[in-house]
Design a protein around this ligand. Sequence first.
Ligand code: CDP
Length: 226
Amino acid sequence: MRKIVIAIDGPAASGKSTTAKLVAVRLGYLHIDTGAMYRAITLRVLEEGISLEDADSIKRVAKQTKVRLERTGHTNRVLLDGRDVTKEIRSRDVTRSVSAISSYQPVRDVLVREQRRMARDGGVVLEGRDIGTVVLPGADLKIYIIASAGERATRRKKELELSGTIVDRQVLEGEILERDRKDTTRAASPLQKAADAIELDTSSLTIEEQVEFVIAKAKEIIQQRP
Ligand code: CDP
């Protein structure tokens, strides 16, 4: 059976990762979380004490740093020059700075090249901001996931609580909206819905329902074009 390329884009905390991960498991595909790659570069920039405005140093870091996603069973480990940073890249410091780092074109050039390499043979679910528009405009299935800001803040709050971090919901909602603003207004590959993407509002869907929606669309395509 033909192995297709599925692109899932959308704003912060809209349910992309959860959906992409489960769709990949169900289809036996590789899940590629491109946001994790931008987070890894951001972690390195913060560790080196580089200013978020220092374009030259950020470009150097992007060129010199190897970010890899390594499959371990059904999950991915994020490796930064071979070091496992899977947990660290979810810190709030990284989350607050990642939109600034991902707005630099040289950072995007390095990571997009790696993302296209990983997607080369199909059988992949990529999630991010620019997958359907820039990284793989020829993807077989494009989904644009959205959810209300309130629902997204509630979800992110629960997710953080699982790792022992308590944050006020209003504060989180403000941070999420600020990240959306930066991601949609930047010059380099801004977040936008591809013209041929299917919009999926997950505000009142269960995880199972949103996964089922994507799987059904994927199966239609797989069966149409063997
Ligand atoms: O999971 P969450 O919605 O919090 O964000 P993420 O997918 O981990 O992405 C973190 C950040 O990386 C985004 O806010 C974007 O600034 C950037 N990003 C991007 O520019 N392009 C992508 N393809 C993926 C992420």
